[in-house]
Ligand binder design. Structure first.
Ligand code: HEC
Length: 193
């Protein structure tokens, strides 16, 4: 009797040892990836800068919503869709949603010559919607810098001299803004002037 208890104890111990050594519990399945099938493609508009200065801006238009954060360097994330004070250069815009899923888009801040920067800024301010954001009147698409550069003489005729009529249509630039166009033309009317 004593002997059988002894063997029972020994056998149980052996089984226990054997089981604990070989039958390790299966690892729990990894949690499902919340980002599986999630594609985030940031969309942003930019304004550029005078070369050597930090006047560039980035404004994210999509995706927006609660819990979404934005980064221009991939390190510091912010809730605001606006970035200011950017120098000319190539950036990577990263957008992260509330689940931590993220996507990136390249963003380029161009460096303009100082007088072209003034003209570009006034065109952005006064020549929309008729010549901006995809709207083309009179064959002029001022979204494109080269269209502004190539149209320098017509921009002067219409926005400075009013020949045959003044632009912006239905109004007129201030003397100060007309002078910015004249200064750019006198400087050589290129992007770099
Ligand atoms: C409210 C709408 C509107 C705004 C704002 C506007 N334009 Fe125009 N623009 C037009 C239309 C319409 C035409 C085509 C008819 C014409 O030439 O008058 C035109 C044509 C032009 C042309 C090409 C025709 C030509 O004479 O060579 C130039 C250059 C031009 N605009 C410059 C400008 C500039 C520069 C600004 C901003 C300072 C501006 N426009 C703002 C409506 C607008």
């Amino acid at each position: 009797m004593k002997k059988s208890i002894f063997y029972t104890v020994i056998m149980s111990s052996l089984i226990f040892v054997a089981c604990s050594k070989t039958d390790t519990a299966p690892a729990p399945p990894p949690p499902p990836d919340p980002c599986l099938g999630v594609t985030i493609t940031p969309v942003a508009s930019v304004t550029h800068t005078t070369t050597g200065l930090t006047q560039g801006t980035v404004t994210v238009s999509s995706p927006i919503g609660s819990g979404i954060t934005y980064s221009i360097n991939g390190i510091n994330f912010q809730a605001s869709v606006n970035f200011y004070n950017l120098g000319a250069g190539n950036y990577t815009l990263t957008v992260k949603d509330s689940s931590g899923c993220s996507g990136t888009s390249p963003v380029v801040i161009k460096g303009y010559g100082p007088t072209f920067f003034q003209v570009r800024t006034l065109i952005n301010g006064y020549c929309g919607p008729c010549h901006l954001n995809g709207t083309v009147n009179g064959g002029k698409n001022f979204d494109v810098d080269s269209d502004v550069v190539n149209s320098w003489d017509r921009i002067k005729a219409r926005a400075v001299d009013g020949i045959p009529t003044f632009m912006p249509e239905g109004g007129q630039l201030t003397a100060l803004d007309k002078q910015k166009i004249v200064d750019w033309i006198n400087a050589g009317h290129q992007i770099t002037n």
